[in-house]
Design a protein around this ligand. Structure first.
Ligand SMILES: C[S@@+](CC[C@H](N)C(=O)[O-])C[C@H]1O[C@@H](n2cnc3c(N)ncnc32)[C@H](O)[C@@H]1O
Length: 402
C-alpha cells in the first residue's frame, strides 16, 4: 500500500495524487492508502457522505455518490470555470441546476445470460462484472419496473458468450426499447420478440436495425408538438434537464426575434417549443431526425410558427456569415466534439444573440473563445446537471455582440 494525499479531481472525477495513477472515489484533501486492489481512506474529507444507493460500491455507473451534493455542485461548476479560464475567459456562472434522483428517462443497460436465466444491470467500474441495480437511485421508475421484461428479452437474444445492450427510453406511450449485440435474427426469433414486446406492453421494439413491433408510436412532447424519434435517437437525459436548458435558451435568444436558427437541432427539443413565438430554421446532420422534427411540426396542425428542418453536415458545411445574416438569434447545441468550424463562421457573422448548449466544458470553452475573439461577449453560463452522480456536466450560455 502507498500513502498519498489527494490534490484534486480530474475531469472524470478521479483523485489526482503525485506519482500515482488516478484514484476513483476519493475527494481532495483526503489522506489515502492505495494499492491496485485496495483503497483505504485514512482521513476522510468533510464532504464525504454515505452513498445514497446501496449498489454504489459494486456498480460502475455512478462516480460521485461518496461526495455531498454541495461538493458535487461546486466541483462541476469549477470544471466549467477552469475550462473557461484555460481559454482566458471569465463570466458570471449561475448556480447549478441538478435533476432529481429517479428521473433518468433514457439509459443503456447491459443484459447477460446466466445459468438460471438472465440478469440486467450496469457494469462494475473498469471490469466485466455485471451488477444488478433493482434499487438504482438514478433511473426513472418506469425503467426499473421493466427489469423483468428486459431479463426476458435478454434470455431470448443474448448468447452464452455475448451479452446485449438494452437502450431504453421512457415515452408518452410506454417504453421504447432498442436491443443491440444479440444473436442473428431468424424468422423464429423475430416472431418471439414481437410476441414478447406485446406481452410486456412496449411502445416500440427495435432489434439491431430491424423494427420489430410498434404498439403505439413512442412520442416525446416538445412544446405542443408530438415527435416520434427514430430508434436510439438523442434525447436530453431527463425531463428536468430538457426544461432547464430550454428555459436558458429562451432567455439567451431574447423575446423579440422574428427568425431563429437551431443548429444541431436533433428532432426539435428546442426548435419546436421556440416555434410557439418565432419562425425557426433547424439544421441537423441526421436525416431521420430532421424527418421526425418535420413530422412533429406538422402534428401541431398549424398552431406553431413556420419551422423548416434541413439535413446538413455542419462540420463540413457550416452555415456561413452571409447565410447567418438572416437570423436574429442562433441556438447551437453540438455533440461533445464541439463545433469549431461553425463557431468560426458565427464569430465573423452579424447574428446579434447566440444561445449555446454544451455537454463538454472543454470544447465549449474553446468555441467560446472563438466567439469572443470575433467580438461576442459571454454574458453568463448556466450549469445543468442532468447526469446526477456522474462526472458529466452540461451548460447553456448567452453570447451577445459586444
Ligand atoms: C447534443 S445533440 C443535441 C440535439 C438537440 N439540440 C437536442 O437537444 O435534442 C447533438 C446533435 O448534433 C447532431 N450532429 C452530430 N454531428 C453533426 C454534424 N456534423 N452536422 C450536423 N449535426 C450533427 C447529432 O445528430 C445530434 O442530434
Amino acid at each position: 500500500m502507498t500513502d498519498a494525499v489527494i490534490e484534486r479531481l480530474n475531469l472524470r472525477g478521479e483523485g489526482v495524487a503525485e506519482g500515482l495513477p488516478p484514484i476513483p472515489r476519493v475527494l481532495p484533501g483526503e489522506e489515502v492508502s492505495v494499492s491496485p486492489e485496495r483503497l483505504q481512506i485514512l482521513t476522510p474529507s468533510e464532504h464525504r457522505v454515505s452513498p445514497p444507493c446501496r449498489h454504489y460500491k459494486a456498480c460502475g455507473a455512478c462516480a460521485m455518490q461518496h461526495a455531498s451534493d454541495s461538493f458535487v455542485a461546486d466541483w462541476k461548476t469549477s470544471v466549467i470555470a477552469q475550462g473557461l479560464s484555460a481559454q482566458g475567459l471569465t463570466t458570471r456562472i449561475r448556480p447549478i441546476l441538478t435533476s432529481p434522483p429517479a428521473s433518468r428517462r433514457r439509459a443503456t443497460l447491459h443484459g447477460r445470460r446466466t445459468k438460471k436465466g438472465a440478469m440486467v444491470g450496469f457494469m462494475a467500474r473498469a471490469s466485466d462484472v455485471l451488477v444488478e441495480v433493482p434499487d438504482c437511485q438514478v433511473l426513472h421508475p418506469a425503467i426499473l419496473a421493466a427489469t423483468p421484461a428486459l431479463e426476458a428479452f435478454t434470455r431470448l437474444t443474448a448468447t452464452r458468450t455475448a451479452g446485449v445492450d438494452l437502450a431504453v427510453t421512457v415515452s408518452e406511450a410506454g417504453l421504447d426499447l432498442c436491443i443491440t449485440g444479440g444473436r442473428a435474427a431468424d424468422r423464429g426469433l423475430l416472431a418471439e420478440l414481437a410476441q414478447l414486446a406485446g406481452q410486456h406492453g412496449l411502445a416500440r421494439l427495435t432489434y439491431g436495425d430491424e423494427p420489430i413491433a410498434t404498439r403505439e408510436p413512442p412520442a416525446q412532447r416538445f412544446g405542443p408538438a408530438r415527435v416520434v424519434p427514430p430508434p436510439g435517437a438523442f434525447l436530453q437525459a431527463t425531463a428536468h434537464g430538457e426544461a432547464t436548458l430550454l428555459a436558458a435558451v429562451q432567455e439567451a435568444i431574447g423575446p423579440e426575434q422574428s427568425l431563429v436558427a437551431d443548429l444541431f437541432a436533433g428532432c426539435g427539443t428546442f426548435s419546436l417549443p421556440l416555434a410557439r413565438d418565432v419562425e425557426v430554421e433547424a439544421y441537423e446532420g441526421d436525416a431521420a431526425l430532421t424527418a421526425a422534427l418535420d413530422a412533429g411540426w406538422r402534428s401541431t396542425g398549424g398552431t406553431l410558427r413556420r419551422t423548416t428542418a434541413h439535413t446538413r453536415d455542419l462540420f463540413r458545411q457550416p452555415l456561413l456569415p452571409d447565410e447567418l445574416a438572416r437570423y436574429g438569434a442562433v441556438v447551437i447545441d453540438p455533440p461533445r466534439a464541439g463545433a469549431e468550424a461553425q463557431h468560426r463562421a458565427l464569430a465573423t457573422s452579424s447574428v446579434p444573440r447566440i444561445a449555446a448548449v454544451s455537454c463538454n466544458p472543454v470544447t465549449f470553452a474553446r468555441d467560446a473563445r472563438i466567439l469572443t475573439e470575433g467580438g461576442y461577449r459571454l454574458d453568463w453560463v448556466q450549469p445543468v446537471d442532468q447526469f446526477r452522480w456522474s462526472s458529466h456536466v452540461e451548460l447553456a450560455a448567452q453570447f451577445t455582440q459586444a
